[in-house]
Design a protein around this ligand. Structure first.
Ligand SMILES: *Cc1c(COP(=O)(O)O)cnc(C)c1O
Length: 326
């Protein structure tokens, strides 16, 4: 899965680095599919479900982009189209996510319609799990059962269901195509991998200390002085803010690495700057290296403090942040 610009990492770079290890790429927007196709003429590219129209269909046929069909309307549009070449289709069943996908009866109808259509070169049956990262939930097993039962009644088709969490914790759902996303980027959504299986962060988000202030008891920091000094304190100002994709709602205490040591965020994040309590570290000086997340500070941990997930942090890195690829 390299949607949302490779989870914010740069889809071209990600695709180039993993191309020898994957059979295809998944994207969410036709624009992403077309850009990727220009750079990767050979790989399968799957366009996840969006609003299907005749233009998108024609583009997919021309560029050999696989389509996810998740409505009866979409299935009919495809069956009735006259395309330059047939498409590989991923027919999506709703097994409990209730976001995209056909119910059992619609799924069977769409399957019949599409398996007899000259516009379809291959049909893959797929679904998407709602709870695969939740330890102890039997939801994933039930969803997979619903997919396989309906699919088998319609013949023998390749199956696809597992996202990263299911890949890690539900190996019986791997089937023919797995769809790893976040795990490619070094986050384990199940927090269950240990030892040699631990994943490594791909993205590190860095900045520098640009100012240091000594505060007396009672003085505050930043907008509305949300954080107040209870004891004489030192505050480091870092050149990163919500304009770069650092979450504005990060609470005081969110970990920040300065010179490799953890210090707590102190005060509201502003557009270009954030502030950190460095009272516990006398050695910090202007120009010192800051890591907002990455190696030694998992994005998932920052995300947990902020009530979000690493996916949102990764995809939120803004345009103005300079990218360095190694
Ligand atoms: C994004 C996505 C995935 C990957 O999910 P991760 O949790 O990032 O592994 C898999 N399948 C579909 C349909 C998706 O939209």
């Amino acid at each position: 899965m390299v949607k949302a610009n490779g989870y914010g990492h740069g889809a071209d770079w990600v695709a180039e680095n993993i191309q020898d290890h994957v059979d295809g790429f998944g994207v969410a927007r036709i624009e992403e599919a077309i850009t990727l196709r220009a750079a990767r003429p050979q790989h399968a590219i799957v366009l996840l479900g969006g609003l299907l129209d005749a233009d998108t269909l024609a583009l997919c046929a021309e560029k050999r982009i696989d389509l996810v069909i998740h409505t009866l309307e979409g299935a009919q549009l495809l069956a009735n189209a006259s395309l330059s070449s047939p498409l590989r289709v991923w027919l999506k069943m709703n097994t409990g996510m209730n976001r995209l996908g056909l119910n059992t009866m619609e799924f069977s109808r769409a399957h019949t319609l599409l398996s007899g259509s000259g516009n379809v070169s291959e049909l893959i049956h797929m679904s998407h799990f709602s709870d695969a990262e939740v330890a102890g939930s039997d939801c994933t097993a039930q969803q997979y059962q619903a997919l396989t039962t309906t699919s088998q009644a319609l013949g023998t088709q390749p199956l696809s269901a597992a996202n990263s969490a299911a890949i890690i914790t539900h190996p019986n759902t791997h089937a023919n195509w797995v769809r790893p996303g976040i795990m490619l980027y070094g986050d384990d959504p199940t927090t269950s991998l240990t030892g040699e299986q631990c994943l490594q962060a791909v993205m590190s988000f860095h900045s520098k200390v640009v100012a240091i202030h000594e505060l007396e008891v009672g003085q505050g920091v930043g907008y509305n002085r949300r954080w107040r000094a209870g004891v004489p304190s030192r505050i480091a100002t870092v050149a990163a803010g919500y304009g770069d994709g650092y979450p504005r709602h990060a609470p005081d205490g969110t970990p920040v690495l300065i010179n490799g040591k953890v210090a707590p965020l102190a005060g509201r994040v502003s557009m270009d700057l954030l502030t950190v309590d460095i009272s516990q570290d006398d050695n910090v000086k202007i120009g010192d290296a800051v890591t907002l997340w990455g190696k030694d500070l998992p994005a998932a941990e920052v995300a947990r403090h902020c009530g979000t997930i690493s996916y949102q942090l990764f995809t939120g890195i803004s345009q103005r942040v300079a990218r360095t690829y190694t």
